[in-house]
Design a protein around this ligand. Structure first.
Ligand SMILES: Nc1ncnc2c1ncn2[C@@H]1O[C@H](COP(=O)(O)OP(=O)(O)OP(=O)(O)O)[C@@H](O)[C@H]1O
Ligand SMILES: [Mg+2]
Length: 453
């Protein structure tokens, strides 16, 4: 087996030789004595780990060259693990170097045992990261468009997208908010035979009921007060392409009837019109509400449900996608850091843990927002939990009585749940695992008004 490569950068020749002698059994040791030779050696040999003395010529008493070398090494290979070796009493430099992306630090005189432990761990981590990246690269070629994910859960979604794209049947995409339902619909459109046609999305929950009908079906001139000109609707606009009905669960019952008629004949009449117009389009719909429950309660028509749900694609919540949280976080971080021209290398270990344990009620959209904000706010080269506003839970409550902490947490969770469901008490109570009366009682006790939502 070939030995893993270690680059040792130090201007002290005795120390270089000593370290080489101590480590040659385990590593293929490469030596460099200044910044230029270090960068060149790293480029040619591609070591996984470097030990870097900050005091390099021409100014060995200062740390400027060392910091420059650190930046250039990481620019060349962002996965490189750089271990800083500092003189006595230079701890603040070492800490600053960590802030600039160094992996760890050691003080001189170097204790070989300690160095060996740090090295073993650095090489191990580096190998894991490189394997992970390789895996991403390979799996990435199986993913769909710009949708990221290597988890079995998302690979199942990608497979479904590819299969559904080859057909023309209506598809229903279900999943919590922010999971990527619209992205799935667009991917199906782009991979299918209608990709040359338009993709027309309409959010049934965002348009006032009184306008939605003419928005969908269009209207003739003079059909109602204010209809000064003839207007084509969104369904007609989707001619030859795809019509995406977002939040279909929000459609009123009368409009459900009209939509059903369209889905039976693929013909529409504009509001106030006489003539039937044939529309050749593929229909997809999405919902984050439970349509089966809505059917039971008489809020959603069964016949319409069966029309739109010939195939159903369920997009899993982010918290259930094994391994995807970190993958998404890293990719989004790179994207936003580049957009904002900020040098951010990654996350601290604490931040990674916080990302993985957070529940992500807002799914991928929430992650986009947190990382966007963190990139703008961050002052160091690695994002911390506080940048992501994911501080450890108990830290927020330190020094408070249990009663106050409990109430604050209850208030926050209830407000979140109400906001998520736009003030819908039944749905909020279901999320919180309490009955409606209990939720009302809690709101009263904590002084939360529904109107606050
Ligand atoms: N797998 C993914 N990879 C990369 N980006 C994603 C992924 N899934 C979602 N996103 C991004 O997350 C955001 C939310 O996605 P999208 O709008 O498709 O979600 P949605 O399920 O339609 O949400 P809502 O229910 O709130 O309408 C978008 O900016 C989208 O680009
Ligand atoms: Mg959406």
């Amino acid at each position: 087996m070939t030995k893993p490569k270690l680059l040792i950068v130090d201007d002290d020749e005795d120390l270089r030789t000593q370290m080489k002698w101590a480590l040659a059994q385990d590593y293929a040791v490469i030596l460099a004595e200044d910044r230029t030779s270090a960068i060149e050696a790293a480029r040619v040999e591609q070591p996984a780990v470097v030990t870097l003395d900050l005091g390099l010529p021409p100014h060995p008493q200062e740390v400027g060259e060392g910091f420059l070398a650190l930046a250039e090494l990481l620019e060349q290979d962002p996965l490189l693990k750089v271990i800083i070796v500092t003189g006595r009493g230079e701890k603040e430099h070492a800490l600053r170097a960590i802030g600039h992306g160094a992996y760890d630090f050691l003080s001189k005189p170097v204790q070989v045992d300690e160095l060996k432990v740090i090295l073993r761990r650095a090489f191990y981590l580096s190998q894991l990261e490189r394997e992970h990246r390789e895996l991403q690269r390979r799996l990435g070629s199986e993913s769909v468009d710009e949708m990221l994910g290597t988890s079995p859960q998302m690979r199942a979604v990608f497979a479904a997208i590819r299969k559904v794209a080859t057909t023309d049947v209506p598809a229903l995409i279900v999943g919590e908010s922010g999971t990527g339902k619209e992205l799935v619909a667009r991917a199906i459109h782009r991979q299918g035979a209608r990709k040359g046609g338009p993709f027309i999305a309409i959010n049934c929950g965002a348009i006032p009921e009184s306008l939605l009908e003419s928005e969908l079906f269009g209207h003739e001139k003079g059909a109602f007060t204010g209809a000064h000109i003839q207007r084509k609707g969104r369904i007609e606009a989707a001619q030859g392409g795809t019509l995406f009905l977002d939040e279909i669960g929000e459609l009123s019952l009368p409009l459900q009837v009209k939509l059903l008629r369209f889905l039976q004949e693929y013909r529409i009449e504009r509001v106030g019109g006489r003539q039937e117009i044939a529309v050749d389009t593929r229909v997809m719909a999405a919902t984050n509400t439970d349509l089966k429950q809505a059917m039971k309660e008489g809020r959603f028509r069964e016949d319409l449900y069966y029309r739109v749900s010939v195939v159903v694609i369920a997009v899993p919540p982010l918290r259930d996608r094994e391994g995807d949280i970190v993958l998404l976080a890293r990719t989004l971080l790179q994207r936003y850091a580049a957009e904002n021209k900020k040098k951010i290398l990654g996350f601290t270990a604490q931040a990674l843990r916080a990302l993985e344990t957070h529940r992500w009620p807002g799914n991928v959209r929430e992650m986009e927002n947190r990382i966007k904000r963190a990139v703008i706010m961050a002052e160091d080269s690695r994002l911390m939990p506080k940048d992501l506003e994911l501080a450890p839970l108990h830290a927020r409550y330190e020094g408070q009585s249990l009663k106050d902490a409990r109430e604050e947490l209850e208030r926050a969770l209830i407000q979140q749940a109400l906001a998520r469901h736009r003030g819908n008490i039944t749905k909020a109570a279901a999320d919180l695992g309490v009955s409606r009366p209990t939720l009302y009682e809690l709101m009263e006790k904590l002084g939360i008004g529904k109107e606050q939502m």
